[in-house]
Write a protein that binds this ligand. Structure first.
Ligand code: NAD
Length: 370
């Protein structure tokens, strides 16, 4: 009997709904022909939820997210809601999802499709075939540490304070995510911190080493200072397999790595929580890009980033690597065939709409097999 998985889809705002429509067609394709049956429900998040319920995420939708096997999100935000107070902004919906689901590990692959290698601002030979995974700690570190704030000093000037803080367990759990991923990839992890100038960085290095020595002796571990890592990412990015780093460095380095690919419209991401007794993790999948209000509603957005986010869901939440490979292969073939949405358009290629990109990928899936 095939297993059934519950997916909650939150298309969100801007281009979210239109790209999600194409991904939904692919999910339906897998439901029909794949090994897993999908029970899909849709909900509102961000501005769409503010308009309907006066809050960026209702308790009912939050509960549905917690009950589902995985959540697929489009994007949130847009000028319509920019003037709202901070607590009511669309982004709060996303932050609540991450917080209440306990999503502490953010996975950001930087993968370059051969057909798009020329879109990178780096030399093509540096990025052709690039396939790295950045694992960023997402719920700790300087973005959350206490004390924090801006205080007034006796002389009338002000002082801003944020605190970088990590505990043993926070470091070990994200290290395990990175080592587990490395086992399914090139078996190499680079741990990134600034242990030369930060005690929390030294603890990071010691704890990551401890986890490797105790639990993952088969994985090659290297340590690198964050400033050097930034340089290495643009000098010779293919030296990396999996990078694991803290919240702040991960924020910066994952965007840097993303831009190596030059194509925001094809970049997926995953955020994972702790594993329960059955090994099941809470998980949220979403494209790296935002709601792109400048092109929303025109059927020209690229659906590939959200589609590859669904492929990550198959691989990491449902252990269906073959299904994920199939989607990646279909996307590769479509791109090799010269089909492009506007954001990745190149001379001599065929410029198509969001819907036609969806059609092309489905046709390719049909060809590749079920
Ligand atoms: P953005 O990622 O939405 O857009 C940046 C540029 O890339 C735009 O020119 C856009 O048209 C283009 N682009 C993005 N995705 C594309 C796609 N799939 N296909 C074709 N072109 C694409 O970032 P922004 O403009 O800085 O932000 C717009 C809104 O999105 C803001 O409200 C911001 O807060 C929000 N945002 C949300 C998320 C999220 O939901 N996770 C992330 C980033 C930004």
């Amino acid at each position: 009997m095939p297993t059934t998985k519950k997916i909650l889809i939150l298309p969100g705002d801007g281009i979210g709904p239109e790209v999600m429509r194409q991904v939904r067609r692919v999910i339906d394709w897998f439901d029909k022909f794949g090994d897993i049956r999908f029970e899909v429900t849709e909900g509102l998040v961000g501005g769409a939820s503010i308009d309907a319920h006066d809050t960026p995420l209702t308790d009912a939708t939050m509960a549905a997210a917690l009950e589902s096997d995985a959540v697929l999100l489009g994007a949130v935000g847009g000028p319509k809601w920019d003037a709202l107070p901070f607590a009511k902004k669309p982004e709060r919906g996303l932050l609540r999802l991450r917080k209440d689901m306990g999503l502490f590990a953010n996975l950001r692959p930087a993968l370059v499709f051969d057909a798009l290698a020329e879109a990178s601002t780096l030399k093509t030979e540096l990025v052709r075939g690039l396939d790295i995974m950045i694992v960023r700690e997402l719920t700790g570190g300087v973005y959350f540490g206490e004390p924090r704030g801006i205080e007034k000093l006796p002389d009338g000037s002000r002082r801003g304070v944020n605190t970088q803080v990590y505990t043993t367990e926070e470091i070990r759990r994200v290290a395990r995510v990175a080592f587990d991923l490395a086992r399914k990839r090139g078996r190499r992890v680079t741990s990134v911190e600034k242990s030369n100038v930060m005690e929390s960085g030294l603890l990071w290095r010691e704890e990551v080493t401890y986890v490797r020595d105790k639990e993952y002796p088969d994985i090659e571990l290297a340590h690198m200072y964050a400033d050097n890592c930034a340089m290495q990412l643009v000098r010779n990015p293919k030296q990396f397999d999996v990078i694991v780093t803290d919240n702040l460095f991960g924020d910066v380095l994952s965007d840097c790595a993303a831009m190596l690919t030059g194509s925001l419209g094809v970049l997926p991401s995953a955020s994972l929580g702790a594993a329960d007794r059955q090994g099941r993790r809470k998980a949220l999948y979403e494209p790296v890009h935002g709601s792109a209000p400048d092109i929303a509603g025109r059927d020209i957005a690229n659906p590939i980033a959200t589609l590859l986010s669904f492929a990550m869901m198959l691989r990491y939440s449902f252990d269906d690597g073959a299904g994920a490979d199939l989607i990646e292969k279909a996307v590769t073939n479509v791109l090799n065939g010269g089909v492009r949405t506007a954001d990745i358009m190149q001379p001599g290629k065929a410029r198509v709409s969001t819907t036609v990109m969806g059609d092309s990928i489905l046709r390719e899936l049909d060809k590749l097999g079920h």
